[in-house]
Design a protein around this ligand. Sequence first.
Ligand code: ADP
Ligand code: ADP
Length: 226
Amino acid sequence: PTALSIRDLRKTYGNGVEALRGVSLDVAAGDFFALLGPNGAGKSTLIGIVSSLVNATAGEVDVFGVSVLRERSRAMSLIGLVPQEINFNMFEKPEDILVNQAGFYGVPRRLALERAEKYLTQLQLWEKRNVMSRTLSGGMKRRLMVARAMMNEPRLLILDEPTAGVDIEIRRSMWSFVRQINQAGTTVILTTHYLEEAEQLCRNIAIIDKGGIIENTSMRALLAKL
Ligand code: ADP
Ligand code: ADP
């Protein structure tokens, strides 16, 4: 099955910027996929459309066969998004942040508590479940963002530049946690402008530049060409 299928996707913003100029892309279920490109290439726009935060100008986007543009809430239930900026409430506790997020998805409270325990443990935050989130380290805050995105147990996890501006140690630990999530069966897509990050993690890759896909291949084939 195909986790993500994008056909001729276009986005022109209100100011006339053509951020996507007819993008087509497929990501297989179970894949760990990189979308690599320089700043301004269109990565966040593409991710924004897939996760229903940005309206497309034209095109088709299907997540596990569900149309994001026509069946928005069904598609959203299949997706977890880790945005670039840390945006949880710093004055809430990690466990509450996760349980509230699950509530937002309509997950019953008991199941929400179970899931929060599962992902707090998996992302090594269980001991921190009841501290003020403000006091977490930078790496822990990033991991809490990932845990929050898992609360609807998405089949597709999307990370937008998950390690932008973080040091190498935090970057490596993020990589190992996200790898675990992929190995447990979740399809993962990440955007990055570091080839090294894509190389360490991803099986397949698309390179986007100026709103168009200029390469779409396996990581191995790309590295053989460089
Ligand atoms: P849409 O067409 O998707 O509704 P808009 O063109 O209305 O998007 O822009 C959304 C908001 O982003 C506006 O407030 C706009 O001013 C702002 N914006 C404009 N240019 C940029 C940019 N280069 N990067 C980020 N935000 C921008
Ligand atoms: P990337 O994530 O690869 O850095 P973006 O998708 O953020 O690329 O941006 C693609 C292009 O669209 C850029 O030229 C950017 O300035 C423009 N852009 C992004 N968001 C908006 C917006 N809300 N309104 C207008 N232009 C935007």
